[in-house]
Structure formats: C-alpha cells, structure tokens
Design a protein around this ligand. Sequence first.
Ligand code: SF4
Length: 294
Amino acid sequence: MEFIQTKTILSKVSYGEQWFGVDCNMNLYRGCPHGCIYCDSRSECYVIENYDQPKGKENALAILEQELRKKRSKGVIGLGSMSDTYNPLEKEYEQTRGALKLIRNYGFGTAIDTKSDLILRDIDLLKEIKEQNNVIIKITVTTPHDELAGIIEPHVCVSSRRFETIKELSDNGIFTGILMMPVLPFITDKEEDIRLLVRKAAEHGARFIYTYMSMTLRDRQRDYYYSKLDEYFPGLKEKYQRYYGNRYDCAVPDHERLWKAFIEECERYGILYRMEDIIKGYKENKTPEQYSLF
Ligand code: SF4
C-alpha cells in the first residue's frame, strides 16, 4: 500500500444533529477498494485519483493523538464517511484499531460506517469505549439479496454476512443499525425488497434503519455508474438519462409509496428510522462527562 502524510485528521462537523450526533469526522485511508458502483466519493470535487486503490495516512495516529489531547469536550468521532475504514488493508495495518485505542484512551465516543465484517475484530474496543461514552455502528445494506450485492458492491462481504455482523454486534450490546443508502432507482427500489430488508434487520437485532430513498449522480461518478449499468443492466442507463437528465439528487420513482411501506415495516418491528430518535436511542443512557483534559 502507498502511504501519504497528513497535516490534520479530525474535521469538525456542523451538521451533527442531522447526521447521527457526530462531532468530528476522520478518514484514516484515502480511497476505498470495495468497488461500489454508485460510490459518491469518486466525484471530481474530492480530487481523489485512482479511488479504488486506497492510500494509508502514515502519520494519522500520531496526529490524532495530538488533536484528541487538545479537545476540550469528549464528543463522538465519526469514521468511514469518505472511505470504508475496514477495507482489506486494515487487516494488516490496523490504523482503525489504533485509532479506536486512542478514542478509548482519551474517553471519546465513536460512530462508524462500514460494510465490512472486519469490524467484528474490534468488538473488544467498542465495548470498552461504550463503557465511558457513546457508540453507534451503521452497517450499510442496500439490498437483501446477496447476488445483487455482489454486483453493486463487488469487493466487500455480501448482505447476508452484513446481517450476521449486525447480529453479533447487537448481541454484544453495541447499538447497531443499517444505512439503507443509496436506494438505486429501478434496481434496489422494489417494495417487496424494502419490506424484506426491514424484516431481516429486525431478525438480526438492528435498532435502526436510516434511508433517504434516493441516490446522487454527478460528473465522473455518474460516468462510472453508467458504465457499470451498461455492463450489468443493459438498457438501464438510457432509462436513467430519460428520467433524470443531469439531475444530482435522483429520488426513486414513486418514493412516497415506498416511504410508506418502509415506515410501516419499521413500526411493525419497532425499528427506529427518524434521525432524532436514532441519536436519542444511542445516547440516552450516557451523558459523557464534559471536562477539560489539559
Ligand atoms: S464502501 Fe463506501 S467508500 Fe467504499 S466504495 Fe463503497 S460506497 Fe465508496
């Protein structure tokens, strides 16, 4: 793996109340090898060439420790927004595991987005962090069908393994749920699949599902997605072009009916789906002590 140096690692977020109550974000890798055909991080604005070949941030843990020491309050640190922090390289390099040790040592909380079962390796640390602060794990599942997951998310474990991962995390007392994002028009937007996904989530102990019934498309990310539609779903690119033109936010057709079905299933199984309820759910039993470290 190629390494790069970084000057800073934590970025303060101003939208925490709209996004899982996160206070800061960090990405320990630049780029991601999981190959999701819809990945927004391929967009030009992020200026990441060869996105599928991740680079490690060599000095990330040293910088993280410096930055955590300076923080005055113990917030929740998000991992995995621009790059899945549990990519296969993590098995060897343990950057994420190292970061979780620092998060634990300095008393912060964490919110992790991933599709990978490698997160199970770190259950010990997640439990230790949870003893002193808040932890929420968001496993992305976009379809209940393994074969389809293998096409749209080709280099990471299939959906059934992600459901098992949710179960193991939940069984260990970690507040875990699903990011059902994006929802791909004409591919993952069948009502029966959405109902099935919610049912499987409930069977595997998911506490929440968050979705927005939409996908985003722009510049070279759209080009990549369309090339994959041509490869795996012949004729669908033209349908997208007719339906969405150059639109960025591409809500699924008939999204009101799908929202209704989604909410109906979530309420049937007691799964949280509103952001404010999810944040309250994982923070309700803990108010991290706010104090000055230095
Ligand atoms: S796992 Fe996330 S960051 Fe990685 S390719 Fe897929 S969508 Fe992009």
